[in-house]
Design a protein. Structure first.
Length: 399
């Protein structure tokens, strides 16, 4: 990436709204330098588009009229140096650190008029974005329940302890629980913000963001100093989805920003997962709808998440099964005979054979085997269940 292109991207990062499809698509088609120089020379993107081949300008017309007004305030060299002094770096496509998963955003249909590959990312923290390979996004409700916060924290801690990167948005509720879980495990975590990486939003998460900035990475498409807006949250959701192999939604109402992130994950062919909650909880209705419509895979633990997003054949889990009881090892005919043996009073071989629906000789052979296994015992002239078999049956019924 040339210095001119990098500086042009710095300027466009300050001029354009994060995720503005019109501008970003034009940058990808024409190049950042061409777009920026056109702005400087003509005062608007409309003029830049004049004479361009058909199709190049699709969806981009008129995007720069309002941008040109702010041209005079941008000094890209100065902005880049100020960021460097603050410990913030600007990573652009083509850099060794660029997370190539974000390239999948190219040509994707817009969602809420946001999309496309960003012109660059502002990053604070020691974690390099090209090292974020086994990453999972954990997102969900800001007003999370105790249950949701606990689940998100456990997921973050489990994934972090295995060296997986936890990506989230540092918001209240599920986001912060997932970040804290990863940090507690000493694992890497990335916070993607809708404001500048030098700002704490929410303010009460200032300490958390500083900790992430010390151990992981704080990332934003918006330049340093930028304030958070509702639209910028929608734009940053595509970055959360694009940086991760899969997205887990833990608690989300039917109208939730985390479902926007899940939508982007699905568009990018990432794995979408959901943690179920109580069927009576409004905060889980959005998650349940993901699962019900098969848009999301049901997961309940970090191990299940790793199995879902890991490489083929890796992190496979054994199918959970209940412990085998004494009856489970028996041949079916012996089970028939055991079912016909009474609990308290002894019964004769003839009575048991009739109850089992088999011949007397076969019943006698089965009774001998059951006695040797300790499942029945003699009672007078007949047979009854042993105390051990009776207790095992009661335990299985309670389970």
């Amino acid at each position: 990436m040339s210095d001119a292109d990098r500086l042009a991207r710095v300027a466009l990062s300050h001029l354009a709204e994060p995720g503005d499809v019109r501008v970003l698509r034009l940058v990808r088609q024409l190049g950042a330098t061409t777009v920026y120089e056109g702005l400087c020379a003509h005062g608007g993107l409309d003029a830049v588009l004049d004479g361009m081949p058909d199709g190049v300008s699709d969806g981009a017309g008129g995007a720069g009229v309002d941008l040109a007004v702010r041209l005079g305030a941008v000094r890209p060299e100065q902005r880049l140096e100020q960021a460097r002094r603050a410990g913030i770096r600007f990573v652009v496509p083509g850099d060794a650190e660029w997370p190539t998963g974000l390239d999948d955003l190219a040509d994707q249909p817009a969602l809420h008029q946001r999309g496309e590959v960003p012109v660059g990312l502002w990053v604070r923290g020691p974690l390099r974005l090209d090292e974020v390979r086994t990453a999972v996004a954990v997102v969900g409700a800001r007003r999370a329940t105790t249950y949701g916060g606990s689940v998100a924290g456990d997921l973050g801690q489990d994934l972090g302890s295995e060296g997986w990167t936890v990506v989230s948005g540092a918001a209240f509720g599920i986001d912060q629980a997932a970040h804290r879980g990863a940090l507690a495990a000493g694992g890497p975590t990335v916070a993607v913000l809708a404001c500048g990486v030098d700002r704490a939003y929410p303010v009460r998460h200032s300490e958390l963001l500083d900790q992430i900035g010390d151990q992981g990475a704080v990332v934003s498409e918006a330049p340093p100093g930028a304030t958070p807006t509702r639209v910028r949250f929608l734009g940053r959701n595509r970055l959360i989805a694009g940086l991760a192999r899969g997205t887990v939604v833990v608690e989300a109402a039917v109208r939730s920003g985390s479902l926007n992130t899940a939508g982007w994950a699905e568009r990018l062919s990432r794995v979408v997962m959901g943690v179920p909650g109580p069927v009576t909880s409004a905060l889980s209705q959005g998650v349940h709808e993901l699962i019900r419509t098969r848009a999301g895979l049901l997961v309940t633990s970090g191990a299940e998440v790793r199995e879902a997003v890991g490489e083929s054949g890796e992190h496979l889990l054994a199918v959970p099964r209940a412990p085998l009881g004494p009856r489970d090892h028996l041949p079916i005919r012996h089970q028939q005979v055991l079912d016909a043996v009474p609990v308290s009073r002894g019964a004769t071989v003839e009575t048991i054979s009739r109850g089992a629906g088999i011949g007397t000789k076969e019943a006698g052979t089965a009774l001998g085997a059951l006695a040797r296994a300790g499942l029945i015992e003699q009672s007078g002239a007949g047979w009854r269940l042993s105390d051990a078999a009776w207790r095992a049956d009661r335990a299985e019924e309670r389970a």
